[in-house]
Design a protein around this ligand. Structure first.
Ligand SMILES: *[C@@H]1O[C@H](CO)[C@@H](O)[C@H](O)[C@H]1NC(C)=O
Ligand SMILES: *[C@@H]1O[C@H](CO)[C@@H](O)[C@H](O)[C@H]1NC(C)=O
Length: 212
């Protein structure tokens, strides 16, 4: 690489780094103030206490009484104010026996560590190759940014996994919900997914989406 290429790469890196960097040590979210694309406004640092950096929401077992027999408990900046501006988020995944965290994606990458049970976790690349594997306790798996992925319990006991994502607000978009829980008209779901009207209506009803 010549000198200019190195300089160019370095400047580009600095821009990328600076655009995400805080100008303060921390920016604990103040949900009462307006927020912008970069995140929430900061709580007055003079009022920040030790407790602001602790989040207890992932210590509780998630409620898995739903059709997926699973629960995703997020600790994004919208739940854990201290993550605001740090480019980090976490979540807890609880699986009952046969539970599944259905196909979904985020704006970010994700790393998962299995802490209890046995699951199959996988993602699908943009050329439609599925990468999936049965994981044991303590093993970690990475899901490259934005790709569709899933996890399912294949053990004989409930399972628990903890995930970390590289944005304070990574988003969580379930494919089923996007298609069947929202306002995309039945006819457009049919046409864009090559599904029959009967099937679409059945799923829209099950997911509580608009029936028009
Ligand atoms: C779990 O969720 C179900 C369905 O929403 C609800 O009926 C039930 O009360 C919840 N259980 C607990 C312990 O919160
Ligand atoms: C997708 O990419 C992988 C990795 O480069 C390659 O092994 C595979 O053959 C590709 N599959 C298709 C369907 O192009």
């Amino acid at each position: 690489m010549n000198y200019f290429a190195i300089l160019f790469t370095f400047s580009l890196l600095s821009i990328i780094t600076f655009s995400h960097a805080l100008v303060e040590d921390f920016c604990v979210a103040d949900y009462t103030l307006p927020n912008g694309p970069a995140g929430y406004s900061c709580k007055d640092p003079a009022k920040v206490t030790f407790d602001d950096f602790i989040f207890k929401g992932l210590s509780a077992v998630g409620n898995t009484s739903n059709i997926y027999k699973s629960c995703v408990t997020p600790a994004f900046s919208s739940e854990f104010a201290a993550f605001n501006g740090l480019g980090l988020a976490m979540a807890r995944l609880d699986f009952d026996i046969d539970g599944v965290v259905a196909l979904h994606s985020h704006r970010t990458s994700e790393v998962l560590i299995l802490t209890q049970g046995e699951i199959i976790a996988g993602f699908i690349s943009t050329n439609n190759t599925a990468y999936y594997k049965r994981l044991k306790v303590g093993e970690i798996m990475v899901f490259p940014q934005s790709l569709l992925h899933f996890q399912l319990n294949v053990g004989k006991t409930p399972a628990v996994a903890i995930v970390t994502l590289n944005s304070a607000k990574p988003g969580l978009q379930f494919t089923d919900n996007s298609l069947f829980a929202g306002n995309l008209p039945v006819e457009l779901v049919e046409k864009t997914m090559l599904l029959g009207a009967k099937q679409v209506k059945r799923l829209k009803k099950a997911f509580g989406g608009s029936m028009n």
